[in-house]
Structures are given as C-alpha cells and as structure tokens.
Design a binder for this molecule. Structure first.
Ligand code: SAM
Length: 403
C-alpha cells in the first residue's frame, strides 16, 4: 500500500512515508482481511440508517492531507474526527515524543474502540476525547495544527481562536457543492490564506456544526437538487417545471471527465454563476431522459437553472454524450429544458469556453482566503465571494484574469 501511495505521488515526504510504514493499518480495522485493510479504499466502520457515520478514510486521501498539514516534530495537533484512531497514530509518529496529538470524536463508542486500536499498535502520545469538535477542544489550545477529517460547511471561530501564531487549519470545506481539502495558514488579524487545495469527499460533521445543505428532493423526478447555500440559487419549483419540457441536446466541444464535471468546470461554474446547481440521483428512475454522469459515490450532474423569481423557468444540464454520433470517452452534451433552457445553455457553453481558455483549472489551482463573516460584509458580492454563517471566502485563481 505504501509503495503504491509513493508511486502515485500521494506520499511525498520522508516523514509521511515513515509514518505509513510504521503504523499497521490492519490493527485499526479489526476483523477485516489483510488485503482489504491495505487496499487504497475507505472502509466504513459505523452506520446510521444505512448511511456511514464513520470510516477509515481512503489511504490516498490520508496521505494527501498529511502532506498538506506539514507536521513537524514537536507540533501540538488537534484532530477533529478521531474515527478508528489511524490518522492520529500516523500524526503521533510524525510529531514524535516532543509533540502531542489530541483526537476528538463526537461518538463515545468510537473513542473507546480507537483507544483499543492505539494500545494494540503500541502508539503513545495520543489523547482521545469524546466531544463535539465543532467547539474545538479549548483545554489543549493553542495548537500548531488543527485538522478535521470530517467535512464542514463553514470555518468555525472556535477553531481559528484555538490556533497558535502561524498555525495551520486543514479541513474538508464545502464550497457550493464541491468539497475541498483546504490548508489555511493563520495570518494577522485572523485572516486565513490557503496555499493548498485538493478535491475530497468526506462524511459531514454531526452535532453543532452539522449543516442543512444536503439538498432538496424534487417531487416525482427521482433527483435531489443542491444549490449554493448563499445567494439566490436555483429555484426547486422552476427546475421541476422545466424538467417536464425537455428540449434540444447540444453537443459540447470539450471532453469532460468526472473530476472535471465536479471540481473542475463544476467548481468554476459554482464560483461564477449564481444559477449553478447539482442534480443527484435519489431514485432509479429520474426525470432526465439522458444518461447522467457517475460522480464519486453517486450519480448526478451539474446544471444551470433559472433562480427564484426568474420567469419562464429553464434548465441546461450537462449529460453524458450518448445521444450523439461518434461518441468519444468523456464526451458530454447539454440537454436543454423549458423556455429559458436555450439561453442558459448558451451561458453554460460560454462559461465552458472561458474555463477552457483559463487552462481547465481544477480544485488544486484555486486559492482561498477566509475572513470572519463580519469582516466579509464589507466585501462587495460578486464572482469569487462565498458567504457562510461564520466566515466569508474569497476565491481566486492566480494567473487567470478576472472575467
Ligand atoms: C472519516 S471519519 C474520520 C476517520 C479517522 N480520521 C480515522 O483515521 O479513522 C469522520 C469522523 O468524524 C466524526 N465526527 C462527526 N462529527 C463530529 C463532531 N462534531 N466532532 C467530532 N467528530 C465528529 C465521526 O464520528 C467519524 O468518526
């Protein structure tokens, strides 16, 4: 497993490689066959109503985040989302006996199991705490590093307050439907700046930091609609009405793979277009006549829709290009719905041209600054400004002229 992660450039530094070689993952996944414990796959370890509430994250992602975290010997680290304890054990190895790892999980049972795993692996230097990590863990502050291994829709002030000077906060942050593993460095006056952004897909926070941006089920069409949590967003009633009026299927000149659709062009659209929405399948039969795209663990796609109050309603949806002749891999098309669909399709295709001209940037090309929400109120709304309850994100693509 470690050789594979090194070859794939997921593990880049000797310190992270050493930790992966030293900590046996199978001891954190008791009962699992060895080949499964060392496959590059996430392993769900707890469920509620059939939905995973805890998992040992995919080793590739663990490695990517450890590289983003840039731990040093002697660092004092807070992990929110202890889970099996595996990542905490890796971090304890890197920070060494002069450092310390505090790992919190909202679930007491998981904390008890993690304690057994750490003892069996002979790991010391990890303090396990059953607590809601939305509040951080002030008892151990300040920290050199705070890492969430669970997704959050916001940057809570408690985490920023518990970082020491020059500290780094790493979290899977939801940004209008994309989840971005973002490493923020704390600068003067509470400003956070990222120098490293990666795509990711983590289980979301439970408890105080839980968010309600899971989407809206559209009546009778087998789809969930996700819209930007800030701003007007697509109108669910308008989307449902438009879906009843399918129109033309327009060819798209560029090939788009799954990652392009979700965190490449999809993220670009999310930042630049208020009507961007994501459609996810929730029932085998959907109201869309074309094949949707496989996206991570789900099936779905991106679309531009009219926002609340815009009449007539319309929708332009990126779909697999199977309806076209001469289909190439990654070939997609735009399906138009409703009277406003053609106008939205033109906007979507113009935006695709701009994204292509910008060099098809993906998640890793973005830079994000975050300021407290009250400070962000002074920032004029517009392209690149994403408002949350606790913070305001300023999204930028260095080297790409504003459009
Ligand atoms: C993807 S798992 C973390 C995997 C873990 N780092 C490991 O190495 O096994 C996410 C974890 O976050 C925990 N979690 C969810 N909400 C939380 C909260 N508010 N505070 C602390 N932990 C939370 C879940 O119980 C789950 O164990």
């Amino acid at each position: 497993m470690v050789d594979v992660l090194c070859d794939a450039d997921r593990i880049r530094s000797p310190a992270v490689e050493d930790a992966f070689r030293a900590v046996p993952r199978h001891l954190f996944l008791p009962g699992l066959a060895l080949d499964e414990a060392y496959a590059d796959e996430a392993v769900a370890v707890q469920f509620s109503d059939g939905i995973a509430t805890s998992s040992a994250s995919q080793p590739s992602m663990v490695a990517i985040m450890l590289e983003q975290l840039d731990l040093r010997p002697g660092h004092h680290v807070l992990e929110i989302g202890a889970g099996t304890g595996y990542n905490a054990a890796l971090m304890a190895r890197i920070v060494g006996p002069a450092g310390a790892v505090t790992a919190v999980d909202i679930d007491e049972d998981l904390i008890a199991r993690a304690a057994v795993h750490l003892a069996e692996a002979g790991v010391s230097g990890v303090e396990l705490v059953a607590a809601d990590g939305a509040l951080g863990y002030p008892t151990g502050a300040p920290y050199d590093r705070i890492v969430l291994t669970v997704g959050s829709s916001d940057i809570r002030p408690e985490w920023v307050a518990q970082l020491g000077p020059g500290g780094r906060l790493l979290l899977p942050l939801a940004v209008r439907g994309s989840q971005l593993s973002t490493a923020f460095d704390l600068g003067p006056e509470g400003m956070l700046r990222s120098d490293s952004v990666r795509s990711c897909a983590f289980i979301r926070l439970r408890g105080l930091g839980a968010s309600s941006d899971a989407g809206t089920r559209l009546d009778g069409v087998g789809l969930v609609l996700q819209v930007a949590e800030d701003g007007p967003g697509a109108d669910p009633g308008g989307v449902t009405a438009a879906l009843a009026e399918p129109g033309a299927l327009l060819p798209v000149p560029a090939a788009l793979g799954t990652a392009d659709v979700w965190d490449g062009f999809g993220l670009w659209l999310a930042v630049t277009e208020p009507g961007l929405c994501r459609l996810l399948v929730c029932a085998p039969e959907t109201g869309l006549p074309d094949d949707l795209l496989p996206l991570g663990n789900s099936t779905g796609t991106i679309a531009l829709a009219t926002t609340a109050g815009e009449r007539p309603p319309g929708l332009a949806v990126v779909v697999a290009g199977f309806g076209q002749a001469d289909v190439q891999p990654g070939s997609v098309a735009v399906r138009v719905f409703g009277a406003a669909g053609p106008m939205l399709a033109r906007r979507l295709l113009a935006s695709l041209d701009l994204w292509t001209a910008a060099g098809r940037p993906g998640a890793a090309e973005w830079r994000i600054a975050a300021v407290p929400a009250a400070v962000g109120e002074a920032a004029p709304s517009g392209v690149g400004v994403v408002r949350k309850e606790h913070c305001c994100l300023l999204m930028d693509l260095p080297g790409v002229p504003a459009n």
